[in-house]
Design a protein around this ligand. Structure first.
Ligand SMILES: Cc1cc2nc3c(=O)[nH]c(=O)nc-3n(C[C@H](O)[C@H](O)[C@H](O)COP(=O)(O)OP(=O)(O)OC[C@H]3O[C@@H](n4cnc5c(N)ncnc54)[C@H](O)[C@@H]3O)c2cc1C
Length: 380
């Protein structure tokens, strides 16, 4: 075991931190209030190799592992969770589904463009009536001659309105339930495929979340991703890695909230002393720091195992569950430490408080993570 970052990881962290401070921090509140999608920042992340961190160099990626990927998401989310979730949905959901399940031809066609940031990806599993119970997918794909014809609607898709390519799950054999769902790759501009309503959200407002609609959308067999009827099972494998990115998103935002609270506690004076000298405030800071360390260690363990090709269903669910719930606690205490100023938009913690809640919901709620972990525990 080794609990230290390598020199390369430290260098990566420094580089992403500087990028976030220079290109994201000055705009965070404006993007949040006006719901501006940071397209240019995404393109620049691509130019720096961060939009394809986990993919091999021959496919245009940076050839890094999940620990490095987690570091990138953490550092971006420490400044703005919206940028973190945009990159997470693009990389470990859309691009990774193509990387893990795609044919050589599909990988060569899509991954270089996605990894360079020239294209943005989105991944659509959730539907209005199929959230936690995603196997209840109603969107259907019917074979007509040489084509698949898709009809239906997905909801809550991150990047839906900006995506050049979408990976979406559709039912191909209704009688077979979760073993009758397949994944398809759909390019922007395909007739019968469009983004629908964009949601007006509590947090992560610079990211775009919304509907993806299929109306007689005709696709060739080349657009089937993975084996026919394996789309749902493949999605679960994709989510194993995706949960590491949601844990990293949680940790990054929690770190941002903690840093702000620590700084403020040393500066703010009441009763003639900095509030950091009160034991009640110190205990809050301690609990926040312990939560943060524990979340990071759980997530790096999952990332370490995934980088070695091990199955991480239990570990990534544990990391996601703990990190997201810890991040909600940390953001809450960060607001409390700021007192009334924590409620005001001049300070960064109110935004972390709003943004971080998504982490206990997206890519499987806390309740579903507990269900996944329980199944793993009872199996052994
Ligand atoms: C900002 C945002 C971005 C998102 N991005 C994406 C994306 O890019 N792609 C995508 O496919 N989806 C995305 N989602 C969807 C997200 O994954 C779902 O919202 C989530 O899985 C929960 O589904 P639901 O909203 O339908 O809630 P429901 O499933 O209706 O759950 C409601 C409540 O019931 C609980 N519950 C449900 N079933 C059980 C059970 N068996 N046992 C105990 N409790 C249960 C849940 O935990 C929750 O508390 C996004 C959502 C948001 C808000």
């Amino acid at each position: 075991m080794d609990f230290e970052y390598t020199a390369e990881q430290l260098q990566l962290r420094k580089a992403v931190r500087e990028f976030a401070a220079g290109e994201i921090a000055p705009h965070v509140m404006e993007w949040d209030e006006k719901q501006i999608f940071p397209l240019e920042v995404f393109r620049n992340l691509g130019k720096l190799g961060y939009a394809g961190a986990i993919f091999p160099e021959e496919l245009g990626g940076a050839g890094l592992g999940y620990i490095e990927y987690a570091i990138v998401i953490e550092e971006l989310s420490r400044v703005d969770g919206s940028v973190g979730i945009i990159l997470a949905a693009h990389t470990s959901l859309c691009s990774n589904h193509i990387f893990k399940m795609g044919t050589e031809e599909q990988k060569r066609c899509y991954l270089p463009k996605l990894a360079s940031g020239e294209w943005i990806g989105c991944w659509s599993l959730t539907e209005p009536e199929a959230g936690s119970d995603a196997a209840g997918t109603k969107t259907k794909a019917v074979k007509e001659g040489d084509s698949w014809v898709l009809n239906g609607a997905k909801t809550f898709t991150t990047n839906a309105h900006y995506a050049d390519v979408c990976v979406a799950m559709a039912t191909t054999d209704r009688a077979a339930a979760q073993h009758g769902i397949s994944a398809f790759i759909i390019e922007k501009g395909t007739p019968g495929f469009r983004a629908g309503k964009k949601e007006n959200k509590l947090g992560l407002r610079a990211s775009a979340t919304g509907e993806v609609i299929f109306e007689g959308c005709r696709l060739s067999d080349n657009h089937l991703l993975g084996q026919l009827n394996h789309g749902f099972v493949d999605s679960l494998k994709v989510l194993d890695g995706g949960r590491i990115s949601i844990a990293a998103l949680s940790i990054g935002m929690a770190q941002g909230a903690y840093d702000a609270a620590l700084r403020y506690s040393k500066m703010r004076k009441q009763f003639g002393r900095p509030i950091s000298e009160f034991q009640a405030i110190q205990h809050k800071l301690v609990d926040m720091a312990v939560d943060l360390d524990a979340a990071r260690l759980l997530n790096y363990r999952a990332a370490f195992m995934l980088d070695r090709g091990m199955r991480v269903t239990r570990e990534s669910s544990m990391a996601k569950l703990f990190a997201s719930e810890a991040a909600v606690r940390i953001a809450n205490e960060a607001v409390q430490i700021h007192g009334g100023y924590g409620f005001i938009k001049d300070y960064p913690v109110e935004k972390f408080y709003r943004d971080v809640k998504l982490c206990t919901i997206g890519e499987g709620t806390s309740e579903i993570q507990r269900l996944v972990i329980a199944r793993q525990l009872l199996k052994s």
